[in-house]
Design a protein around this ligand. Structure first.
Ligand SMILES: NC(=O)c1ccc[n+]([C@@H]2O[C@H](COP(=O)([O-])OP(=O)(O)OC[C@H]3O[C@@H](n4cnc5c(N)ncnc54)[C@H](O)[C@@H]3O)[C@@H](O)[C@H]2O)c1
Length: 521
């Protein structure tokens, strides 16, 4: 890691805590923050982009105006694990505007925008020399060990306490706390050698070091201080629901993803914007006329298919769910299997399932020369990156960096490349979220809807967490409608008002909610 030493400031006393794995960073070092580049130019660039983004985020502006004076988040310690982008910077500063004490980390090793991290650390009133913002632990291109080090730092307040509330995206912060508690409850010391994969071994190593340094009763009191979590994405919500089914969820959760104004907007319209943005920034390849496969036709898959089709690509879909498959047919897509796509020589493969093992290393060994492979789902196991690494160790494929987050994987034993030579595939963002690894995620206006839901969820938890028990719930529909309402003026929309007679005729209140909970939009 090559971080400017000035980018990390010690907020507490010097430490004797051992470093964590090969990070060179002490686990309990009390670092004030850690970002790549806290130079005045980077801070100024980030601040300008934060100001521009705020104008495109009317929902967050409105919540600042509505709640700023009352300071409803005063007393809340909020830890966030969510892509440290410019739009997230606006969310963070909205939470602090409402009174919260916030610490932040990215939820993906490639998704940080370094100028966003720098400006958020400096804060609206601080400078590079005298930062007064929020402690952020994030930089683009972390190693996995650095990523988990960052996650722990964001969880630890300098006074030794932890968060009262969490904003999670994919559930990694929630996972770390739950695993820590479970090992303590079983009286078991985590053993990195028992990791199911590289990342799991790193998590176990971190938990083992926490136990060695802080003893066998660190996580239980820590978890008891967490009043609730609001979860951003489909994959994180799946994890939470599995925990409620197993009875292991430790604190209440709000499922932000399934607010209509999140999943039917961010997942759909966000990906419609950011998928081709990422492929083009990464490869500059022409998409028109190309055969593209989208695996999974849920919200993200629908947005991804639209994104590619808007470039006049020929888009086919794979699905396991007959309803989604039928939707794809009705939208004019062929529904095929990955094997069909391989036989037909597809040019681009995008995974959007939230499932694992969608594109295996064997699949990639059969793709046409220079096929582009990327994932827009949450984790890096939709594309079998571990299998490719295994083939690399066996000398069956070479990895060549074209530029960061763009790699040619050149197979050594195939013969369907140019003139009977081996072929290559181009893998983007090392199999991780391509729109955040190779581009800058979704545009501000879409993220405004998502993050207005996040802020409302944090306000709800701050007021009501204990009443919710250890459950996963969505925000009520009137708040979903409020989020939409706060964004309509940006489009010059002129909403029709129901008459009293009309409201009575269709059986809805005059001011909403306008739909029953079962309505699917
Ligand atoms: N990149 C982003 O910006 C972004 C934004 C939101 C969500 N996500 C992530 O994207 C993923 C998908 O989210 P979503 O909201 O679309 O979920 P979803 O449940 O709406 O859609 C997933 C679809 O994949 C299908 N599927 C599952 N296994 C499959 C298989 N083996 N082959 C083919 N199809 C399969 C499911 O039937 C489903 O229709 C999740 O991991 C989510 O966290 C990413």
């Amino acid at each position: 890691m090559n971080l400017d030493p000035s980018s990390s400031r010690a907020a507490g006393s010097p430490t004797t805590s051992p470093v964590f794995l090969d990070t060179g960073l002490p686990l309990f070092g009390n670092a004030g923050f850690k970002v790549r580049d806290l130079t005045p130019a980077t801070v100024a660039f980030g601040r300008k982009e934060l100001d521009l983004a705020l104008w495109e985020m009317p929902g967050l502006q409105a919540l600042r105006e509505e709640f700023g004076a009352a300071q409803p988040l005063a007393g809340a310690r909020i830890m966030g694990s969510l892509h440290m982008t410019i739009q997230t910077g606006v969310l963070i500063e909205t939470l602090t505007h409402l009174g919260a004490d916030v610490r932040w980390v990215s939820c993906n090793i490639f998704s940080t925008q370094d100028h966003a991290a720098a400006a958020t650390v400096a804060g609206p009133r601080g400078t590079a020399q005298k930062p007064e913002g929020v402690p952020v632990f994030a930089w683009k291109g972390e190693t996995l060990a650095e990523y988990w080090w960052c996650t722990l730092q964001a969880l630890l307040w300098p006074d030794g306490t932890g968060p009262t509330l969490i904003v999670d995206d994919g559930g990694d912060a929630t996972l770390l706390i739950h695993l820590g508690v479970e090992f303590e409850q079983r009286g078991e010391t985590p053993d990195p050698k028992k990791g199911e994969n590289e990342e799991h071994s790193i998590i176990l190593a971190l938990l083992a070091q926490v136990r060695a340094e802080r003893g066998a009763n660190f996580w239980r009191p820590f978890a008891a201080g967490v009043r609730g979590v609001s979860e951003e994405t489909t994959t994180g919500v799946h994890r939470l629901i599995q925990r409620t089914e197993q009875g292991t969820l430790l604190f209440p959760a709000i499922n932000v993803n399934d607010s209509v104004t999140k999943s039917k907007f961010d997942n759909l319209y966000g990906c419609r914007h950011s998928l081709v943005d990422a492929i083009m920034r990464a490869t500059d390849v022409l998409l028109s006329g190309k055969k593209c496969l989208v695996a999974g036709y849920g919200d993200v898959g629908k947005g991804s298919a639209q994104s590619l089709r808007n470039q006049q690509a020929r888009v086919a879909v794979t699905e396991v769910d007959p309803i989604c498959a039928l939707q794809a047919c009705m939208s004019g897509h062929d529904v095929i299997t990955v094997e069909d796509a391989l036989n037909q020589g597809f040019d681009v493969y995008v995974t959007a399932t939230g499932n694992k093992d969608i594109l295996t290393a064997r699949h990639m060994s059969q793709m046409k020369h220079n096929a582009i492979v990327c994932n827009i789902g949450h984790f890096d196991n939709e594309i079998d990156m571990a299998g490719l690494e295994e083939m690399r160790r066996n000398g069956e494929v070479e990895k060549i960096e074209i530029k960061p987050q763009v790699h040619e994987w050149r197979f050594t034993k195939t013969s369907h490349g140019p003139n009977g030579a081996p072929h290559s595939v181009i893998v983007l963002a090392e199999g991780r979220l391509v729109n955040l690894g190779c581009a800058t995620g979704h545009p501000s206006l879409v993220m405004s809807a998502s993050f207005t839901n996040q802020t409302l969820a944090q306000l709800d938890l701050q007021q009501n967490a204990e009443a919710y028990g250890k459950s996963v719930r969505v925000l009520p529909k009137h708040l979903d409608e409020k989020v939409a309402r706060l964004h309509l003026h940006k489009f010059g929309a002129n909403l029709t008002a129901l008459s009293g007679d009309q409201a009575a005729y269709i059986g809805v209140p005059l001011d909403g909610p306008f739909k029953a909970d079962a309505y699917r939009y």
